[in-house]
Ligand binder design. Structure first.
Ligand SMILES: Nc1ncnc2c1ncn2[C@@H]1O[C@H](COP(=O)(O)OP(=O)(O)OP(=O)(O)O)[C@@H](O)[C@H]1O
Ligand SMILES: [Mg+2]
Length: 385
């Protein structure tokens, strides 16, 4: 689908800043400046007559701040789909909070940087393109999970997310639900401005626009919802909020990959319930196979069978004492996929920041994840040696 132009309205008392914004916007494709105003009240009238997609408004802390926030709030009430970007020379947490409460989607430091503006507009484009095509089918949710830690869940989730976005050519989101120990952002070398706690906001309901503004774009094009910056606050994310987050994300993205927590918490159950596929990661050791058996029993009791729950044996090598067919026998369950052991490639990918599935010649482990993405996308049968 070819996205239509985004119409932008600028409100800024300072001419030179308006000029700067215009210059930035001129360099971004698919943008149309609908109006430029010196104050918010004039803007309210023209926005009512002709609502833009995005309003970029100055927050001047020394002049009419409350009035500006009030005007933003009332504009959002009458036109909830307008994305509001505020910009200010101040960036105190109180000011950011007040702006978000008024309905702002992005908070930009003044003078606004081109790169930040471009990224913020890209997020709006994803959402509006999607909203305009709301008839589209729901995206698929793939959760990657293992009861035991350290078996390769995050490695697989991150690389599968990138591989799915490439092979499916659909927008893909990656969400870290390992709320206490999550480390997707360090795997991807990202410094997120917002995380899942910001996405949840103050209330029980998760706002779609706010969620979208909390996503961090990775160079691969995958949008990441980061783990809480403050792990102590992880309990603040409820199962219901996870359901809502996934519901919103799957209406915006073709694929949503979840790095699930290793514990069966409310949020993990919500993710499982929303998932089209749950990939259980195991390795060929007695303890991890035992843990996998327990997980399978639990999934069986939830009514999930092999169409939904697939086993992925990670770190497979010729030297393994327990072969894949023995794992299948012990679990009385088919193994869907195997990923080769290649510690060097995995560590290089983390250190270089180039994901396993990217690069000119991906290593065997990267190739395997790309084929897994293709199999999930096409509903193919699994692949075991
Ligand atoms: N296919 C592989 N070959 C070799 N090493 C691997 C492979 N996959 C993952 N690893 C290594 O296994 C270790 C654990 O990986 P990872 O962090 O992805 O697991 P996890 O299940 O997310 O662990 P955590 O308990 O921290 O959540 C890492 O050192 C990683 O480099
Ligand atoms: Mg992990």
């Amino acid at each position: 689908m070819v996205p239509s132009n985004l119409s932008i309205m600028i409100v800024d008392a300072d001419r030179s800043q308006r000029l700067l914004l215009r210059r930035h916007l001129d360099t971004i494709d698919g943008i149309e400046i609908a109006a430029e105003q010196g104050n918010i009240n004039e803007c309210l009238q023209s926005a009512d007559a002709n609502p833009p997609d995005v309003l970029i408004v100055e927050l001047d802390t020394s002049n009419n701040l409350d009035k500006t926030l009030e005007a933003v709030g009332s504009l959002k009430l009458t036109h909830p789909t307008i994305a509001v970007f505020v910009n200010s020379t101040s960036n105190t947490p109180e000011l950011i909070m007040s702006a978000m409460r008024a309905g702002a989607q992005e908070f930009l430091r003044r003078p606004v940087e081109l790169d930040k503006l471009r990224k913020a507009l890209e997020k709006v484009r994803i959402l509006t393109t999607h909203t305009k095509a709301k008839t589209a089918t729901r995206g698929k949710v793939v959760s990657v999970f293992s009861k035991r830690g350290g078996l390769g869940v995050t490695t697989l989730a991150v690389n599968l997310g990138i591989a799915l976005s490439e092979v499916s050519e659909q927008r893909t989101a990656l969400i870290d639900l390992d709320l206490q120990l999550g480390d997707i952002t360090s795997f991807l070398n990202l410094t997120p401005e917002y995380d899942i706690l910001d996405a949840c906001g103050d209330g029980e309901e998760v706002d779609e626009m706010q969620l979208q503004s909390c996503m961090t774009l990775h160079g691969s094009g995958v949008a990441v919802l980061a783990e809480p910056g403050n792990p102590d606050a992880s309990a603040e994310v409820s199962g219901r909020q996870v359901t809502e987050i996934l519901d919103h994300l799957r209406s915006m993205y073709g694929y949503v990959v979840v790095d699930a927590s290793h514990s069966f918490s409310d949020s993990t159950y919500s993710a499982f319930e929303q998932s089209d596929n749950i990939l259980i990661v195991t390795v060929s050791t007695v303890s991890s196979i035992r843990a996998t058996k327990k997980s399978l029993e639990l999934f069986r009791s939830l009514g999930y069978g092999p169409d939904k729950v697939q086993i992925v044996v990670n770190r497979v090598s010729k030297a393994d004492g327990i072969r894949v067919n023995q794992i299948e026998k012990t679990l009385d369950y088919p193994v869907f996929w195997t990923i080769p052991n290649n510690y060097r490639a995995v560590v290089d990918a983390i250190n270089s920041g180039i994901p396993l599935v990217n690069g000119k010649r991906p290593a065997d482990v990267g190739k395997s994840v790309i084929r897994l993405a293709e199999a999930l996308m096409n509903g193919n049968r699994g692949e075991v040696p």
